[in-house]
Design a protein around this ligand. Structure first.
Ligand SMILES: [Zn+2]
Length: 411
């Protein structure tokens, strides 16, 4: 299938092409630029000056944990295990357990789709993810080696740290683990623990990093490791977050993650807003909007070893989002967007979600849609999001409202 968008403001994100066009061929971007050459065999959509960004890559979540409200009666916690004990003992966890795992996964996918996320890292062993990933309406990053965390009380996911890290090097995929998420002695020494096992290098992706020392940061920079910053989750559970100013100053590759809504943000919009406000409150300086965009696109693609994502470029996957907002500063429009600003989400060259304005595109591509209202805005989605919410409400036995899926029927 071939189609084209024209007359958009394209944020690649290194440069802005305005007005610009993208020709999509099957699941890839065939051409991008001020002018497209060659005859078009398919629909052409005039964007009328709307902005186009690469699809967002969310580098940390647990899709099975897609539920609300958050749990945290004994905050701030010393480490993840104390929080997890509170979670498992909570009434909301018992409520969540009534819902099918496949439906929790699907909710996780829709939570991100309506916020412009096209790829998500689901931190879980492969054998769990493999059962559900194909039913999720966005891309679930499925090439990774994994450890739960780097302490003696870590959950036993996958092989040993040495085995999983070796696998990552051999296959050129990321080795992903929670790290330095808390204050107890073992958690604080997590980077050393990984380093002693030869597991700190350019394949290593460390989630959280609240307890990173200056020496840890210097080592991560030297070894070209990656860090996933989850400010909302960290500030909620631990009332502190990674030393982001030092990480950025050192030049460590930093990405952003929402974590699950049971500890983290409602959506990636909140994550971006909190990242900005935390940075301003802590350092008295503005974290540039462009840096946040890079964290969620180019930096994320680098950390996840996905060279064909994170950038609007010929040959890359056609994963992109169209938003409306103040186009005099597209970077600021990106970090301040909300549900109403998301006009179109394209994954693998196929529109999956969009504003009512784009119904003709879905029709031209013969994609059946469900008409919904998202936070009051008329949208269409490829998939049965209303049926999903019905199943969830039947399972728990009442009309559960979920802030990350503010979805209702159109009529
Ligand atoms: Zn996590």
């Amino acid at each position: 299938m071939e189609w084209e968008v024209t007359n958009g403001i394209l944020v690649t994100p290194d440069q802005i092409i305005a007005p610009g066009a993208i020709r999509i061929q099957d699941d890839k971007i065939a051409q991008i630029g001020k002018k497209i050459t060659g005859e078009l065999h398919g629909p052409q959509i005039d964007l009328n000056g709307l902005m186009v960004f690469p699809g967002i890559i969310n580098c940390h979540d647990h899709l099975l944990g897609t539920y609300l409200p958050r749990v945290g009666d004994r905050r701030p916690y010393l480490n993840w295990l104390m929080w997890d004990n509170d979670l498992k003992a909570s009434p909301v966890y018992a409520e969540r357990q009534q819902i099918e795992s496949a439906d929790l996964y699907q909710m996780g996918g829709y939570r991100h789709l309506i916020a412009g996320v096209t790829s998500v890292q689901d931190h879980i062993p492969h054998f769990v993810q493999d059962m559900f990933k194909d039913q999720v309406p966005i891309r679930v990053i499925d090439k990774y080696a994994v450890a739960h965390s780097a302490t003696s009380f870590a959950l036993k996911w996958g092989g040993s740290i040495e085995e999983e890290h070796s696998l990552a090097v051999e296959k050129d995929i990321p080795f992903i683990t929670h790290c330095s998420e808390g204050y107890d002695k073992e958690t604080v020494e997590s980077v050393n623990y990984l380093n002693e096992r030869g597991a700190i290098d350019n394949h290593t992706v460390l989630i959280h990093g609240i307890a990173f020392s200056d020496d840890d940061i210097a080592l991560l920079k030297e070894r070209k490791s990656h860090v996933v910053w989850c400010p909302v989750s960290n500030l909620y559970m631990f009332e502190d977050t990674a030393p982001i100013g030092k990480l950025l100053q050192a030049g460590v590759n930093v990405t952003l993650g929402t974590d699950s809504p049971m500890s983290g943000s409602v959506n990636i919009f909140e994550e971006m807003q909190v990242a900005k406000s935390y940075y301003l409150d802590t350092y008295g300086e503005v974290l540039p909007d462009k840096v946040i965009l890079q964290m969620l696109t180019t930096n994320a693609a680098k950390a996840m070893f996905l060279p064909d994502r994170g950038k609007l470029a010929a040959g890359n996957l056609a994963d992109f989002i169209v938003i409306h907002g103040d186009s005099s500063d597209p970077y600021s429009a990106f970090t301040s967007m909300d549900y109403g600003n998301i006009m179109l989400v394209v994954i693998g060259g196929k529109p999956r979600y969009g504003d009512e304005l784009f119904i003709p595109l879905f029709e031209a591509m013969q994609i059946p849609v469900q008409k919904i209202k998202v936070a009051g805005h008329k949208k269409v989605v490829d998939g049965d999001i209303l049926g999903l919410l019905d199943r969830v409400r039947k399972a728990v036995g009442f009309h559960k409202e979920l802030a990350f899926l503010p979805v209702e029927p159109w009529d």
